[in-house]
Design a binder for this molecule. Structure first.
Ligand SMILES: [Zn+2]
Ligand SMILES: [Zn+2]
Length: 343
């Protein structure tokens, strides 16, 4: 079978590899049909993944946002799974023993592994994986089905925020994760304002019924968000950029007794006025991956919103061109929303 192997920093090659043998106990083999590429793939590919995330270990088959068809089932798989079925893959593998696992938050496991980052992922013609990682998904286009993973981050973020119907929520960043947060928050009945540097990215949010604003500076954005939400400021704000300036704007704009939710990842340091946490008694909430129930919820969100999610797919490449796909995605941030590699 063919596999796109990241051999070292900045080097991916498509080569022949042995096809996995018959699935073991509790395992399925799938044929990955579509793999989405995201910012964490860029960091892994560049060899820049933070040590805290396990670092970039080569060689590795990348691809953690994936959907495919089951081609084989080992003994001990749950009854709902069958050959030929389309599934989305929940990439998280937790240890089950550490403190976060013991309190029901395996998504922050001290020793977690992700398919496509720490374990070989979807950029190959066959993938053997534990049956508990696959979720049947009733979606015609596998590229849309692969959006279940970024949507699952959004479900986690919106659950952390405990958004209520009618609440006003601001989303900083209109990349795929920001768009997915907008979608899930809208489904929960929230009014949403999405902010991004690039006006072209805001059209998709607008189609989801969000108000939009182009970022021209932190002060203007904070003032606009406070006008939009009412004088107290928005009760909920999400940062989906990881940029220090946006994180500061989030903390500044959010209402007293509000929730500020950090979803965008980065190594940047953001100076925050300590008093804004105490005076406002803010809940400052982080988000990492998602749990099993949230992934199942994401699958249902995708099934209900195929058209809106399909519009986020901006570029497609075949598996043979996976190296070109990742280089294109990294080199064209302004044009790219979601690059998908079809297997
Ligand atoms: Zn991703
Ligand atoms: Zn653990």
């Amino acid at each position: 079978m063919r596999a796109a192997v990241t051999e070292g920093a900045g080097s991916m090659v498509v080569i022949e590899r042995p096809t996995p043998s018959a699935p073991g106990h509790g395992q399925v083999v799938i044929h990955p049909e579509a793999v989405g590429i995201c910012g964490s793939d860029y960091h892994f590919f560049a060899g820049q993944l933070a040590d805290a995330a396990g670092g970039s270990q080569f060689p590795r088959v990348q691809g953690h946002e994936l959907a495919g068809r089951i081609t084989g089932l080992g003994p001990g798989c749950r009854a709902e799974l069958e050959a030929g079925q389309r599934v989305a893959v929940w990439p998280l593998h937790a240890c089950g023993r550490c403190y976060p696992c013991s309190v029901g938050r395996p998504n922050t496991c001290d020793r977690f592994k992700l398919t496509g980052i720490h374990l070989d992922g979807g950029l190959q013609e066959r993938l053997a994986i534990g049956q508990s990682q696959v979720f049947p998904i009733d979606v015609g286009d596998p590229a849309v089905a692969a959006m279940a993973e970024p949507v699952s981050i959004a479900v986690r973020a919106v659950n952390r925020a405990a958004i209520q119907p009618g609440e006003r929520a601001v989303v900083l960043g209109a990349g795929p994760i920001g768009q997915c947060i907008c979608l899930v928050a809208r489904e929960r009945g929230a009014e949403v304002l999405v902010i991004d540097l690039q006006e072209s990215r805001l059209a998709a949010s607008h189609e989801m019924g969000a108000a939009t604003l182009q970022w021209r500076g932190a002060q203007e954005v904070v003032a606009f968000a406070r006008r939009w939400a009412g004088p107290a400021g928005p009760p909920v704000a999400f940062d989906a950029t990881g940029a220090a300036v946006a994180v500061r704007a989030m903390v500044t704009m959010v209402a007293s007794a509000g929730r500020a939710v950090q979803v965008g990842m980065s190594d940047e340091e953001a100076p925050i006025r300590v008093g804004s946490l105490t005076e406002k008694e803010l809940d400052l909430l982080g988000v990492s991956c998602c749990g099993e129930k949230e992934f199942a919820e994401a699958v249902a969100v995708v099934e209900r919103n195929c058209a809106a999610l399909g519009r986020l797919i901006s570029h497609e490449f075949p598996l043979d061109e996976a190296p070109e796909a990742i280089r294109f995605a990294m080199g064209h941030p302004a044009e790219v929303m979601k690059v998908v590699i079809r297997g």
